[in-house]
Design a protein around this ligand. Sequence first.
Ligand code: AMP
Ligand code: MN
Ligand code: MN
Ligand code: MN
Length: 290
Amino acid sequence: MKDTILNADLHCHSKVSDGTLEPEDLAARAKANGVELWALTDHDEIGGQQRALEAAQTLGLPYLTGTEISVSFAHKVVHIVGLGFDHEDEELVQGLRATRGGREQRGREMAAGLARVGIHGAFEGSLKYVGNPELISRTHFARFLVDAGHCGDVSEVFRRYLTEGKPGYVEHKWASLGDAVRWITEACGVAVIAHPARYGFTPTEEYALITEFMAHGGRGIEVVTGSHSVAEAIKYAGVADEFGLLASRGSDFHSPTESRTDLGLLDLLPGRLTPVWSALQERIHHRASA
Ligand code: AMP
Ligand code: MN
Ligand code: MN
Ligand code: MN
């Protein structure tokens, strides 16, 4: 039993999606920063899980499998983190493959939108930043546009070019909420609503998200994340209490130069909440025995 774990970091990205480090580098960084339980949660992709798991086991760093699934809900994109699933589960593997499937076409349409405002070659340019071509994302476009001198930093790119109503934004149909939650739970994992403060939902929409998510079998919500302010963490601690949701904690680390929060360097979860890992004890991978 490891219910004394405090420094869990259950949300970050590697080159397998839109992070800049390899899974092995993230494992070492998590260990060096004092992380006691780690999960790599690449977007719509579990191709890095075996590497992350092996690196963590070598370091004696307890590990939960992870992913972050893009979901379309109420005309917005919601992210659902999956933790502790069987990463060879066929339905999960196929579902994520289908979710990734439209990214190339979307990327080409984004580039066409950018070309209309005089920015040419953005698809090919962004591809150079991609570790996994199936996972071409807005983050890679943002890095390309910064390095090509169009903007000073990645957040300026999102503000000016890559968010709703801006020239490089393309609406996309991602997984459904029910499918994403089912793929995770049927593979013996726990589904968690990622960074709930980031969606800009009305209270009614947020209530619908949480109740539908729970009706499909979702059990967790991120409370302390690199994507929340202190005030937002307090608000969602209250939401976890109110709905009886398990609380999760993760940096959402992408890159040493772009991310606000490093692996493991977050506030602790409020002690009254039930941490998501208390429901995943049996799913934690410990050091491989010799
Ligand atoms: P995509 O899945 O291609 O739509 O890309 C979404 C990714 O873009 C997120 O996972 C974040 O890593 C990144 N992102 C979204 N909004 C912002 C923002 N305002 N500033 C920086 N990165 C962002
Ligand atoms: Mn990302
Ligand atoms: Mn996210
Ligand atoms: Mn993320």
